[in-house]
Design a protein around this ligand. Structure first.
Ligand code: MTE
Ligand code: MO
Length: 385
């Protein structure tokens, strides 16, 4: 069976990626009609062109995010991968090391899952004082339908040995990290997850997104999807799976994407894992004149469902229960709304979600989380006429 990506597809997608990035800047408006007459106009906010970092605008948070609206987070320029010569190697603590082609993977059963990905640095612009790193507003989060084979099915073919504890996922992209602490020369993007998580059904090796072949910016021809975890674990441009018999200490889970855990009060660095419960108010927006009394937003809680969302009109003194748009499920966000009768004048709106495990969004920032996992309540100030 021919693979959906020809070389031409990859080049085309690269060109589209470039144009999407270009038209996302206000100065370059007007280019979209010439490039892609049928596609909806690109809406994303350009945070960085090389490597490509694009943010989903607030009004597009909710429901399934169209691929043209889905945020993009890349640490290095997208690698050029030829699907014809591409291989996925599975090695390390396994009985049968493997080298799989896309045709080999296509023979395995596939499934489709709706998964919310949030970058661990989402909402970073709201940290005070200002910190280093991409200054995302609330839009480094999106929800897509991802299709592919279960990571567990591929591990079953390779047969991890009895002492295996983690699975390292490595991408084809690499480069030098220039911020301090610098990397020791070029390093590839790699991240590990526990073997038990890797065998769960929400861990996919995805080749399709929203019923279309994966685009280059989202990791073509194959990426990992680690449902319920912050986006850093969902390695794009996947080329190698290494089963390991001791915890992996790579750059992207020690220097980067780590938090301080306390062991008897002593801070110790630990990799960031599952997404924490969070809600975002999508309407009204900060600084807006507001009249209809309807507050809307989205909420998600990683491996848990959202139990409920409360809103406050008085800076957190009193809370009113919001209505979820449908049943909340683990791994994906849920839309919510509340109709309230606000007093006139300047008021401070807040939303706070609680997950099915009883965890509540904090009201203040925990510095042990460094510059990641920003899920404390961030108020929205509006004027009611
Ligand atoms: N190979 C590779 N995979 C990667 C990254 C990367 O830079 N290189 N970025 C990670 C991060 S930090 C996030 S948040 C998600 C974003 O996925 P998306 O670009 O499809 O939205 O990809 C993850 N996978
Ligand atoms: Mo991320």
């Amino acid at each position: 069976m021919p693979h959906p990506h020809s070389d031409e597809d990859i080049r085309m997608t690269n060109r589209r990626d470039f144009l999407a990035a270009a038209v996302a800047t206000p100065l370059a408006g007007g280019a979209e009609s010439a490039a892609e007459p049928a596609a909806p106009p690109p809406s994303r906010i350009l945070r960085e062109a090389l490597p490509l970092n694009l943010e989903t605008p607030l009004p597009r948070l909710g429901a399934t995010t169209a691929t043209a609206d889905h945020f993009v987070r890349s640490h290095f320029p997208a690698p050029s991968v030829d699907p014809a010569t591409w291989r996925l190697r599975v090695e390390g603590a396994v009985q049968k090391p493997l080298e799989l082609t896309l045709a080999d993977l296509a023979k395995l059963p596939t499934s489709t899952r709706r998964i919310t990905l949030e970058c661990a640095g989402n909402s970073r612009v709201y940290l005070t004082p200002k910190v280093r790193g991409v200054n995302w507003s609330h839009g480094a989060v999106s929800t897509a339908e991802w299709s592919g084979v279960a990571l567990g099915a591929v591990l079953d073919l390779a047969i991890p040995t009895g002492n295996a504890v983690e699975v390292v996922l490595e991408g084809a992209d690499s480069g030098v990290v220039l911020d301090e602490p610098r990397s020791p020369g070029p390093i590839s993007y790699a991240r590990s997850i526990p073997l038990a998580k890797a065998r769960r059904p929400e861990c996919l090796l995805a080749s399709r997104m929203n019923s279309e072949p994966l685009s280059v910016q989202h990791g073509a021809p194959l990426r990992a999807l680690v449902g319920g975890w912050y986006g850093m674990a969902s390695v794009k441009w996947l080329t190698r799976i290494i089963v390991v018999d001791r915890p992996f200490d790579g750059f992207w889970q020690t220097m980067d994407y780590s938090q301080f855990d306390r062991v008897a009060g002593v801070p110790t660095l630990a990799p960031i894992t599952a997404m924490r419960v969070k809600s975002v108010i999508t309407s009204p927006v900060d600084g807006q004149r507001w009249s209809d009394g309807v507050i809307r937003g989205v909420a998600w809680a990683g491996e848990h469902a959202v139990a409920h969302v409360d809103v406050s009109l008085d800076g957190g003194a009193n809370w009113i229960r919001a209505t979820l748009a449908g049943p909340s499920r683990p791994l994906e966000w849920v839309e919510w709304s509340a109709s309230v009768k606000p007093p006139r004048g300047a008021i401070r709106l807040m939303a706070r979600a609680v997950d099915a495990a009883g965890q509540s969004q904090p009201l203040t920032r925990d510095p042990d989380r460094r510059t990641y996992q920003i899920n404390h309540v961030i108020p929205v100030d509006v004027v009611v006429e």
